[in-house]
Write a protein that binds this ligand. Sequence first.
Ligand SMILES: *[C@@H]1O[C@H](CO)[C@@H](O)[C@H](O)[C@H]1NC(C)=O
Ligand SMILES: *[C@@H]1O[C@H](CO)[C@@H](O)[C@H](O)[C@H]1NC(C)=O
Ligand SMILES: *[C@@H]1O[C@H](CO)[C@@H](O)[C@H](O)[C@H]1NC(C)=O
Ligand SMILES: [Cu+2]
Length: 183
Amino acid sequence: MKYTVAALASLATMVSAHGNITSPLGRIAGAAMAAACGQAAVDAVNIDGTIPLENIQPATADCNLFLCRGATFDDNVDRVQTFTAGQVVDFTAILPIPHEGPCNVSVVDTTTNSVIGDPLIEFESYADEALAQLPANNTAFSVTIPQLAAGQCAVAGQCVLQWFWFGTGAQQTYESCIDFVVA
Ligand SMILES: *[C@@H]1O[C@H](CO)[C@@H](O)[C@H](O)[C@H]1NC(C)=O
Ligand SMILES: *[C@@H]1O[C@H](CO)[C@@H](O)[C@H](O)[C@H]1NC(C)=O
Ligand SMILES: *[C@@H]1O[C@H](CO)[C@@H](O)[C@H](O)[C@H]1NC(C)=O
Ligand SMILES: [Cu+2]
């Protein structure tokens, strides 16, 4: 029996997958991430787009896994979304292997890796594998773009919407980032 590369990749994903934001379009791993984190780190993310930070070995101290799981703006300059204050942005998540824990989406200043303002949405208990079925809002939810200070998040690369989920029992951290500017 013959397997295509795509079939093998999807098999690997099914076996080890945990969670990811699939919409809006998030940051992906590329050459700039490889320069800081190593090609093996990029390969790991490309084999399983849903892996936690803990499963990635950073190659250099410049690899900042705690921001966007190491994915950089330089690899995603063509993926920047334009939002307006007050705009409701719909998110779609996949959670093939849920792990109960807290989750939130925040505006993050990428220069300092600091959260701007309050989280836009917060789940005290997210992805609870003990439930027969996850609440619908775990995989489909919305956030409202806040009114930011003048000039804040005006330049591409400055800000991301970061989905941050920590599986308490699994001790696994998940991050997906959406690059955006406020028009
Ligand atoms: C994870 O999210 C990224 C960015 O949205 C997407 O390009 C990738 O296909 C996703 N991977 C999986 C396995 O969901
Ligand atoms: C978002 O959730 C993560 C995981 O629980 C937590 O570490 C972080 O402090 C939270 N962020 C904010 C801004 O509350
Ligand atoms: C998600 O849905 C659950 C179940 O309906 C609810 O208890 C929880 O408050 C909701 N969380 C958010 C952040 O909307
Ligand atoms: Cu997991």
